[in-house]
Design a protein around this ligand. Structure first.
Ligand code: SAM
Ligand code: SF4
Length: 322
C-alpha cells in the first residue's frame, strides 16, 4: 500500500497516453495547440504497462487513460487489454471527448474497459463548436450513445463551465431526464492557455441555479475515484448531476492520485510542476526495482496541497490529462 508523507493512500493513476488532440477546447489549449512531444519521447505501450505492473503491485488498483485525446492514439484498445490483465489492476477507465467513441467503443469494451467520462461542454451545436474550436456536437453525442449502448457504467459527462458561454445548466438537467449519465459541472481551473478571469463560475453559483430547476433528491455520486461525493437527481430521472469545485473547495486532503504524462514523467499534483522522470528506469528496458524506488520517492515528494509553489504549472491541461 502506498502512503504519502501526508498519510494519504495513493491508489489511483491517471495515464496520459498522448498530448495530441483532435479538438482545441478554449479552457484547455491555446488556439495554435501546444508544441508536440517528439515520437521518441512518448512512452510505448510496453513501457506504460511495465510501470503499471509495478504500481499495481504497490496498491494502485485503478487506472484511467486520458490525453490529449486518448483515442487519437492508434491502438488504445490494445493498451486497455494490456493493463486490464495486470494483477492488482481492478479497474481501467477512460476520459475522452467522445468523438471517436463510435469507432472504438466496442473494441474498448471487449478489451476490458469499465468506465468512461466524456468531456461535453455544451449541448448546443454552435456553442460546442465555439468552445471546442471547431468540434461537431453530433460526433460527441454519437460517442455518448455508443458508450451507453456498449454498457459502460457509469458514464459521466464533464462540463467545464464558462460564464456567459455555457453556464446554463438547464439543458444538462434535461439530459439527465433522458439518459442514465452523471453530469459533473466542473469549475474552470487556472491551468491552460489563459486565466479563467471573468469566465469563472463557482460551484456554489451552479448549485443555486440548480435549486431553481428542482425539486431534487440528494443521492450518492456514482462510483469513481474522483472528488464528487454528492449528487442530485430529479425524482424518477435515470441520470444525476454533481459539482466539482477544484478552485473554491480544494480537495487536496483526500487526494488519492498520481499522474503519468505521455513523455514518462510522474506528475505529483495537477497544480504543481513537480515531476519525476521515469524514463531512466524504463529505458533501454524497464527496471522494476528502479521504478519501485521512484514510486517511493513520489510518496515523499507529493505536495501536501495545491498552491505550495509559485512557479506555475509547467504544462497545459491537455499535456497532463486533467
Ligand atoms: N480529451 C479528453 C477530454 O476532453 O475529456 C481527455 C483529456 S482532458 C484534458 C480531461 C478533462 O479535463 C476534460 O474532460 C475537461 O473536463 C477537463 N479540463 C480541461 N481543461 C480544464 C480546465 N481549465 N479546468 C477544469 N477542467 C478542465
Ligand atoms: Fe482536447 Fe480534451 Fe483538452 Fe478538449 S479538453 S482540447 S478534447 S484534451
Amino acid at each position: 500500500m502506498l502512503l504519502d508523507a501526508a498519510a494519504r493512500r495513493i491508489d489511483y493513476l491517471r495515464i496520459s497516453v498522448t498530448d495530441r488532440c483532435n479538438l482545441r477546447c478554449r479552457y484547455c489549449m491555446p488556439a495554435a495547440g501546444v508544441p508536440e512531444m517528439g515520437h521518441g519521447d512518448v512512452l510505448r505501450f510496453e513501457e506504460i504497462a511495465a510501470f503499471v505492473e509495478v504500481a499495481a503491485g504497490e496498491g494502485i488498483g485503478s487506472v484511467r487513460l486520458t490525453g490529449g485525446e486518448p483515442l487519437a492514439r492508434l491502438g488504445c484498445p490494445d493498451l486497455v487489454r494490456m493493463l486490464a490483465v495486470i494483477p492488482g489492476v481492478r479497474e481501467v477507465s477512460l476520459t475522452t471527448n467522445g468523438t471517436l467513441l463510435p469507432r472504438y467503443a466496442m473494441a474498448l469494451r471487449g478489451a476490458g474497459l469499465q468506465r468512461v467520462n466524456i468531456g461535453l461542454p455544451s449541448l448546443d451545436a454552435t456553442t460546442y463548436r465555439h468552445l471546442t474550436r471547431g468540434g461537431n456536437l453530433d460526433e460527441a453525442l454519437a460517442g455518448l450513445d455508443a458508450a451507453l449502448a456498449h454498457g459502460f457504467a457509469p458514464v459521466k459527462v464533464n462540463v467545464v463551465l464558462l460564464r456567459g458561454i455555457n453556464d446554463d445548466p438547464a439543458p444538462f438537467v434535461e439530459l439527465t431526464r433522458r439518459l442514465p449519465v452523471e453530469v459533473r459541472f466542473i469549475e474552470y481551473m487556472p491551468i491552460g492557455p489563459e486565466s479563467p478571469g471573468r469566465y469563472f463560475v463557482a460551484a456554489s453559483e451552479v448549485l443555486d441555479r440548480l435549486r431553481e430547476l428542482g425539486p431534487w433528491e440528494e443521492v450518492e455520486a456514482l462510483p469513481g475515484r474522483g472528488p464528487a461525493q454528492h449528487a442530485f437527481r430529479l425524482p424518477g430521472a435515470p441520470g444525476r448531476l454533481a459539482c466539482i469545485a477544484p478552485v473554491s473547495d480544494h480537495f487536496c486532503r483526500g487526494c488519492n492520485r498520481l499522474r503519468l504524462t505521455a513523455d514518462g514523467r510522474l506528475r505529483l499534483c495537477l497544480l504543481s510542476p513537480r515531476e519525476i522522470d521515469l524514463k531512466p528506469a524504463l529505458r533501454p528496458r524497464p527496471d522494476a526495482a528502479a521504478l519501485r524506488a521512484l514510486l517511493q520517492r513520489a510518496m515523499t515528494e507529493k505536495p501536501r496541497r495545491m498552491g505550495d509553489e509559485a512557479d506555475g504549472f509547467g504544462r497545459a491541461m491537455s499535456q497532463i490529462g486533467g
